[in-house]
Ligand binder design. Sequence first.
Ligand code: 5RP
Length: 222
Amino acid sequence: MNQDAMKKAVAEAALEEIRGQINKDSVLGVGTGSTANYFIEALGELKGSFRGAVASSEETAKRLKARDIELFELNDVDSLPFYIDGADEANEHLHLIKGGGAALTREKIIAAVAREFICICDESKKVDILGQFPLPVEVIPMARSYVARKLAGLGGQPVYRQGVVTDNGNVILDVHNLKITDPKKLENDINAIVGVVTNGLFANRGADLLLLGTPDGVKTSS
Ligand code: 5RP
């Protein structure tokens, strides 16, 4: 089974996970990236059994709209039973690194609201220690150099993601060479730097359920 087939398999497993737990009033949070895109494709099958979706990016909104799934603003929704999204790395505690697709801030907001965050990944994303994937940090443009100096002070090597502007109008610094042994602390420390919007560590609010695609089938951890 190749990586795409594993992504498709976990997306379909997520659909099965939520199938019996949603109703016509349910609004779903939907993530961003190639694995989330497989989920959006699969979601067509449940059309009519849920109310609509909140998208974590403009790209996801476009894809949901193309499938005639009604879009909601998060501010108009009281609760979300599920948020379904991929990740760049996941550890055994279901702490994640996200933001490879630059959608980390909206993703983190939707994850905060959701009752259950279902993370869907292929097995290449499972790690013992987070940090091999450069940690994305969304930054207010005028603070870029200041924040980069502060991130270097925390032991990382920040690299400006050239040519990328987030859906919120900000820039991304990708922090290389971090060995993240205390993800919650680092998440808080980085978020405390003035000019940081948020960082891609999802540790204080990690996933509730991880569906991991492997050549032997989908493995579940919670
Ligand atoms: C986007 C993300 C994605 O979930 C992450 O980059 C994984 O993407 P993919 O499913 O394409 O591997 O955090 O900001």
